[in-house]
Design a protein around this ligand. Structure first.
Ligand code: HEM
Length: 364
């Protein structure tokens, strides 16, 4: 993982944990205030948990990813431009009118503008303009830090030259390092292309996972009580990454949420070459021919059923469909065969295009 991207290794996530904790405390305070308010009126509080968690994880990825304050949790704060742009791009699919759907099937109608297509184009423009502005700021910070450190000397940029701990600063810093071979450098457009990727890959996935976790805890009061006891044993409101990782029952609950609910339930790969996938068990095709492998041709789409593997009775045993963190005390040997990047599960996928942010996300 470290070799895939230095910006997502344990050292970097350690530095970002403070942001996760700060935003979690802010959300806790908002929910407590809403509950207190509701108790005064009718005694019951009803909250859209996913909506609030979406705001919290957007704030986190803004600060951790780009040192950019979305301030989505600040209810009174004015909604900022990038926040509106992300919402338009993520929610775009839900707001489509009849004409937008027709355009998917009749591409030449693309020249006709709809309200939705105009909003998406505006969102893209905002994202691009703000992305350029952020990139220019980070570059200026790298140069300024290097110059102040080595005043009067020729500027050599090393990888430790700026304080910026956000992912974009790390990317810019690594990219501007003078010891980096020219053919390894990303151009500005490549760096900017990471902005929507991080925003979209890094925010709804995590808020969906936490929403499932809260539902599971509500449905399993014994698990909730046990977890609560472990969390209340922590004597600080601001644990660091090591402190969080040391909580063994929290770890089991997180692993079980990721296995049982897998927020990205499936994905697709396209075969780059012809190949043969060997099978554990024999299977029979439509013509009645038996096989011990699957032939894949270059260009074939391969569907990867993440959730189905994570809930497979063959791998996990008869109670595979139950939510049970206790499992992680003594997981079955069969799951070691699952080629996932984390936790003997496929939740973050596996191989060279596995989730780059899995460590970040688990700690968050
Ligand atoms: C519960 C949270 C998350 C889950 C379940 C999750 C899951 C996944 C999965 C399954 C993939 C592979 C998708 C595919 O190629 O078809 C992926 C890719 C990716 N994820 Fe995550 N992810 C999560 C959080 C995050 C976070 C927090 C970040 C960034 C901070 C992130 C950044 C990315 C990126 C950049 C990729 C593309 C990697 C590549 O193609 O090389 N993810 N994620």
């Amino acid at each position: 993982m470290g070799s895939k991207s230095p910006a997502f290794g344990p050292t970097q996530v350690h530095a970002l944990t403070e942001i996760f904790v700060q935003k979690s405390c802010q959300l806790r305070d908002i929910w407590n205030a809403e509950i207190a308010q509701a108790e005064l009126t009718n005694g019951k509080a009803k909250m859209d948990v996913l909506l609030w968690l979406n705001k919290a994880t957007l704030d986190v990825i803004g600060l951790a990813g780009f040192n950019y304050a979305f301030n989505a949790l600040n209810a009174d704060g004015e909604e900022n431009e990038l926040n509106v742009a992300v919402r338009t791009m993520v929610g775009g699919g839900n707001n489509r009118g009849f004409f937008d759907i027709i355009r998917v099937f009749v591409p030449w109608l693309g020249f006709i503008q709809t309200k939705q297509s105009r909003a998406a184009a505006d969102a893209q423009k905002s994202m691009s303009r703000i992305g350029h502005q952020l990139l220019a700021e980070k570059k200026a910070a790298v140069l300024a830090a290097a110059e102040s450190k080595k005043a009067g000397e020729m500027v050599e940029i090393g990888r430790t030259d700026i304080e910026g701990r956000d992912l974009m600063s790390l990317l810019v810093k690594a990219n501007m390092a003078t010891d980096l071979a020219e053919n390894m450098r990303m151009d500005d457009n490549d760096v900017l292309a990471q902005v929507p990727t991080f925003l979209i890959a890094g925010h709804e996935t995590t808020s969906t996972a936490v929403t499932w976790a809260l539902l599971a805890l509500a449905n399993h009061p014994i698990v909730q009580t046990k977890l609560r006891k472990e969390l209340l044993s922590v004597d600080t409101d601001a644990p660091d990454m090591e402190g969080l990782s040391a909580l063994s029952y929290l770890d089991a609950v997180v692993r079980e949420v990721m296995r049982h609910f897998s927020p990205v339930p499936n994905t697709i790969r396209i075969a780059n070459t012809d190949d043969i996938i060997p099978m554990d068990v024999e299977w029979t095709d439509r013509k009645g021919v038996k096989h011990r492998d699957i032939q894949v041709s270059k260009g074939d789409s391969v569907f990867i059923p993440i959730l189905a593997v994570n809930r497979s009775k063959d791998l996990w045993g008869e109670d595979a469909r139950e939510f049970n963190p206790e499992w992680w005390q003594n997981p079955p040997d069969t799951i070691h065969a699952i080629p996932g990047i984390w936790g003997n599960s496929l939740a973050f996928s596996g191989g060279s295009r596995a989730c780059i942010g899995y460590h970040f996300s688990v700690i968050e």
